[in-house]
Design a protein around this ligand. Structure first.
Ligand SMILES: Nc1ncnc2c1ncn2[C@@H]1O[C@H](COP(=O)(O)OP(=O)(O)O)[C@@H](O)[C@H]1O
Ligand SMILES: [Mg+2]
Length: 401
């Protein structure tokens, strides 16, 4: 019997479309002999749908027609299995549309990568691919993540963080404190977004105020750090769990803007382009490839020692958070000093980092097999743990006295 794999994508997030692309890439890569794909799409409003049309990326060009064809559902655990139940249900006819054995969220950003969908899947009691609630929520939160990295002495930039609401009341004090601690130019980041949304560089006080005002539109917390002026970015993916994890080949992504932007990350395609930078292959650049469309060099042009250092730190970061499944850890190198910093972790990386695993001799279908195995492994571990005592304390009331 094939395993029914529920691929969940979309979601209430600024990275909604990118998530649809990652979901579709995974759907196309899955070994059809082993799995039956059950697509589950979450709309921008947070409603859940299923239907075969969701398997085709072209369907998303015309959302109005798509919504006429797909069926709104809710997930229900009936004690035996997880059902996709039509919502609102029909008085007669079939309401259980499908079932799933395991879920694979391929959602980026808010509600998908931050522990929200993971919590929902845990309440449902279904095995799911990827990080659990805690590692997802820390990984998504730039400020908490930085605190955890600092505590573990993993190299990361010093930062200054504050609440957006505090800033409204104490603007001058906060600006002075930032200027005391960090030299211009600085980078201002919204506390918990991804895809370069809410990020600006500031060269002076006027710039800083603008950048903060921009960031607070997106998040209730803001983080400021030194801007690395001569920056190299290197990314490395990790697969596994807190006990056993492996690092992939490293990549160097290239942007056209100072800050590798949403546009650089996802919109850089439109035309096909292959080329060579410094003798290494640059992955081609075409539309609708999501994170896979970015110009990048794989393997990154770094020394074997630097590569080992990055891979070790990537695995250390992954295990520190108690991650599971596949993540991508992004590094920054200050070219002026050659210092290396962990910048962030993406616990559901764009395109599930398949291009990095391909470069490490793990094909995308095998990567998904591994992810599903890890999901079942974690579920088995959980089931072996004690969540309740078999004795009913309430029933014993009175007898004990
Ligand atoms: N301290 C920094 N100095 C210079 N550039 C930075 C710095 N922090 C981030 N950037 C640039 O901004 C981009 C987005 O920042 P990042 O922290 O990765 O947030 P996101 O979660 O949005 O990807 C990075 O890929 C890098 O190009
Ligand atoms: Mg980033």
């Amino acid at each position: 019997m094939k395993t029914k794999l529920g691929v969940i994508f979309g979601g209430k997030s600024v990275e909604h479309e990118i998530s649809i692309i990652t979901g579709n890439q995974a759907i196309n890569a899955v070994d059809q002999e082993k799995y039956e794909i059950v697509p589950i799409y979450i709309s921008k409003e947070g409603l859940m749908y299923t239907g075969k049309e969701l398997l085709d990326l072209n369907s998303f060009k015309d959302m109005k027609t798509l919504f006429e064809k797909i069926v709104q559902i809710t997930l229900v655990n009936d004690g035996k299995q997880i059902n996709l139940v039509r919502f609102p249900s029909k008085g007669f006819g079939k309401n259980v549309i499908n079932t799933i054995d395991v879920a694979m969220p391929t959602m980026h950003g808010t509600n998908g990568e931050d522990g929200a969908i993971q919590g929902y899947l845990e309440i449902l009691g279904i095995p799911y691919v990827g990080c659990d609630i805690l590692s997802s929520s820390i990984g998504m939160d730039k400020i908490m993540m930085r605190r955890v990295l600092k505590e573990a002495k993993i190299p990361s930039l010093d930062y200054y963080a504050f609440y957006s609401l505090d800033y409204i009341d104490n603007q001058e004090a906060i600006i002075s404190e930032i200027e005391e601690k960090i030299n211009y130019p600085v980078i201002v980041k919204a506390g918990n977004l991804g895809s370069s949304v809410g990020i600006k560089k500031a060269k002076d006080r006027a710039n800083l105020k603008e950048a903060i005002e921009y960031a607070i539109q997106f998040s209730d917390r803001v983080m400021v750090e030194r801007a690395i002026e001569h920056l190299r970015e290197i990314n490395c993916s990790v697969i596994g769990d807190a006990i056993e994890a492996t690092a992939s080949e490293c990549e160097e992504p290239f942007g056209t803007d100072e800050i590798l932007s949403y546009n650089d990350k996802y919109m850089s395609g439109g035309c096909k382009k292959t080329g060579k930078i410094g003798g290494a292959k640059v992955v081609n650049n075409s539309k609708n490839q999501g994170m896979a469309s970015l110009d990048r060099k794989i393997p990154a042009d770094i020394t074997p020692e630097k590569k080992k250092e990055i891979q070790n730190l990537a695995v250390k970061t992954f295990k520190l958070l108690g991650c599971s499944g596949v993540s991508r850890i992004d590094f920054m190198i200050d070219k002026d000093t050659d210092e290396l910093y962990v910048n962030e972790i993406n616990t559901i990386p764009g395109a599930l980092s398949f291009y990095l695993w391909q470069a490490t001799n793990l094909e995308f279908n095998k990567e998904i097999d591994k992810l599903v195995e890890l999901a079942f492994k974690r579920q088995r571990q959980r089931e072996s743990r004690t969540y309740s005592y078999s004795e009913n304390i309430l029933a014993m009331n009175g007898k004990q006295h």
